[in-house]
Design a protein around this ligand. Structure first.
Ligand SMILES: Nc1ncnc2c1ncn2[C@@H]1O[C@H](COP(=O)(O)OP(=O)(O)O)[C@@H](O)[C@H]1O
Ligand SMILES: [Mg+2]
Length: 315
């Protein structure tokens, strides 16, 4: 199941070359996929074909085994959440009415919609009592994007398309939104197709990254594999191959730790999901060369040492 692209081409009228050029991909259900590439490489075009804002010139896209050409566009879109940079909220409607748009189209009863609005606002950490009756202009950019995410999740779609959703948000708000999105995905297990031109964002969020260049997919792999084996010079440059410290910022403890109990458990543990750069900084500050590693349930799973980090990164 999941989403499958088969030889997808999109050529706009009167253009010399296709915006999306023979893309074939298999995305698994529940994956967090990030499309990364410079402006103009075809990311938005590719995404818009998934909810049929555009149709391919040739090739096919299927979701859970169904060719989306055989699904009515409106019906398809109700099953796919869509979040864009300019959040697309209706300015004249309250936050609650914005979130209720798709549930109302689906004829949910009002009590169920009401409950869903509270649930979603809580999920994106906006207090329903404070925000339900406000209008989009009475919210900060970051809060508006939270509402955009809540709205996209309203009817519990299996797939979320997100096109540079945090592109216009300041760095600090952006990183808290990134964290929340990861949390939401862990809770809801959506399949997420997320577009960005920001390398750090891609590495922070993705289960797998699709790197695009001039309409083509040039690499499709897990972040760690892209760092360690960039497929071409363009990608090598993009991820800054030789810069060990920079690489660390893209990695987590789970990418380098060793299982087993050898390390002293004297100090407080770090968790699998911690940023390697922060852990490395802490080692340097505390003059400690190793930490025990714990999982999300605080169960000991292994250890991480400075040597392990440096050896992995030196490869
Ligand atoms: N509606 C359109 N008509 C003609 N060309 C377009 C249209 N939309 C995008 N393009 C062109 O297609 C290419 C890919 O654009 P886009 O998918 O928006 O890239 P990205 O999202 O990666 O910046 C670009 O060369 C762009 O100029
Ligand atoms: Mg774009």
């Amino acid at each position: 199941m999941g989403i499958v692209f088969n030889n997808v081409v999109k050529q706009y009228p009167n253009t010399a070359s296709p915006a999306v050029d023979d893309v074939s991909l298999e995305i698994k259900e529940g994956e967090f996929i990030v499309f990364l590439g410079p402006s103009g490489c075809g990311k938005t075009t590719l995404l818009k074909m998934v909810n049929r804002l555009y149709d391919p010139t040739s090739g096919t896209i299927s979701i859970d085994g169904v060719d989306i050409r055989h699904v009515q566009a409106e019906q398809l879109r109700r099953g796919i959440g869509y979040v864009i940079q300019q959040n697309g909220l209706f300015p004249h409607m309250t936050i609650e009415a914005n979130i209720a748009v798709v549930p109302r189209l689906l004829n949910w009863d009002e009590a169920k919609i009401d409950k869903r609005i509270d649930e979603l606002l809580e999920l994106v950490h906006l207090d329903p009592k404070v925000f339900r009756k406000r209008r989009p202009s009475q919210l900060s950019g970051g809060q508006q994007q939270r509402v955009g995410i809540a709205r996209a999740l309203a009817a519990d779609p299996k797939v979320m398309l997100m096109d540079e959703p945090f592109g216009a948000i300041d760095a600090i708000t952006r990183s808290s939104l990134q964290e929340e999105l990861q949390r939401i995905q862990r809770l809801t297990k959506k399949t997420i197709l997320f577009v960005t031109h920001d390398v750090e964002e891609a590495f922070r969020l993705a289960d797998r990254i699709i790197i695009m260049q001039a309409g083509k997919v040039v690499q499709f792999a897990a972040p760690y594999d892209i760092l360690m084996q960039p497929a071409n010079d363009f990608i090598r440059q993009l991820v800054g191959e030789r810069d060990v410290y920079r690489k660390m910022g893209f990695l987590k403890v789970e990418d380098v730790y060793a299982s087993g109990d050898e390390a002293a458990a004297a100090s407080e543990g770090v968790s699998l999901n911690d940023d390697l750069k922060l852990v490395f900084n802490r080692m340097v500050e505390e003059r400690v060369r190793e930490y025990p590693v714990v999982d999300a349930n605080n169960r000991r799973v292994g250890f991480v040492t400075m040597d392990l980090i440096l050896t992995k990164l030196a490869n």
